[in-house]
Design a protein around this ligand. Structure first.
Ligand code: G4P
Length: 194
């Protein structure tokens, strides 16, 4: 087990409906030492790739993406879920459809923060159905920039997102991939990774 899997087993709790709560170290209270370790691990996994920007989505992606951008020494761009009036006309917009297709919301990035020369590493905390990641990829595409890779702290491997993104040919690295988890017993099974 790696350091993140170990922490998930120790402090994560499985809720009905396939939800993993990691509030004590990732989503509510933040363990800064752990986040810094995550930053170093992503930097190692994407070593040798020229990266000019890290891109994440508010809000919980920021905590994971910040130490990555710091390690890489590049700016962190945060895609915003609300479309501020001041940004009208100067933003790239992507639609994020919920898995059920019942709701659609927009995410935006100001055009001045992504350009065609940018080589972007996308970072987020959770990957479930991949809707958020696909929205972020669309924003990079809209800027004619390049997605160098995608880094996720916790991928729920029993949902479709990881499969979908890898099938599109992207380099996706997830520090912990959960293949199954059981709300009753609390047992979590991780996918073996090289
Ligand atoms: P998707 O983008 O991969 O399709 O994810 P989905 O729509 O299923 O999830 C919506 C939100 O729920 C996302 O946060 C995602 O990070 C979070 N999420 C999904 N599964 C889990 C889980 O098992 N545990 C926890 N703790 N969160 C999960 P968001 O809407 O972007 O909100 P925010 O918290 O980043 O502001």
């Amino acid at each position: 087990m790696n350091f993140l899997e170990d922490r998930i087993v120790k402090e994560g709790s499985v809720k009905p409906g396939g939800i993993l709560k990691v509030d004590s170290f990732l989503n509510h209270q933040l363990d800064i030492a752990l986040l810094e370790k995550i930053g170093r691990e992503f930097t190692r996994r994407f070593a040798g790739k020229p990266i000019t920007k890290v891109l994440t989505i508010e809000s919980s992606g920021i905590a994971i993406a910040y130490p990555v951008a710091r390690e890489l020494g590049v700016p962190l761009v945060v895609a915003k879920k609300s479309h501020s009036v001041q940004l009208n006309g100067e933003v790239y917009i992507a639609e994020i459809e919920s898995y059920t297709g019942k709701t659609v919301h927009q995410v935006v990035v100001a055009k001045k923060y992504l350009c065609s020369e940018d080589r972007v590493l996308i970072i987020d905390d959770f990957l479930a159905n991949g809707c958020a990641l696909q929205g972020l990829i669309s924003l990079v595409d809209a800027a004619d920039a390049t997605v160098v890779g995608l880094g996720i702290a916790i991928e729920k491997g029993f949902q479709e997102g990881g499969h979908r993104i890898r099938n599109l040919g992207y380099h996706l690295e997830s520090l912990a991939i959960i293949d199954s988890m059981d709300a009753e017993s609390g047992v979590i099974t991780f996918r073996q990774q090289p």
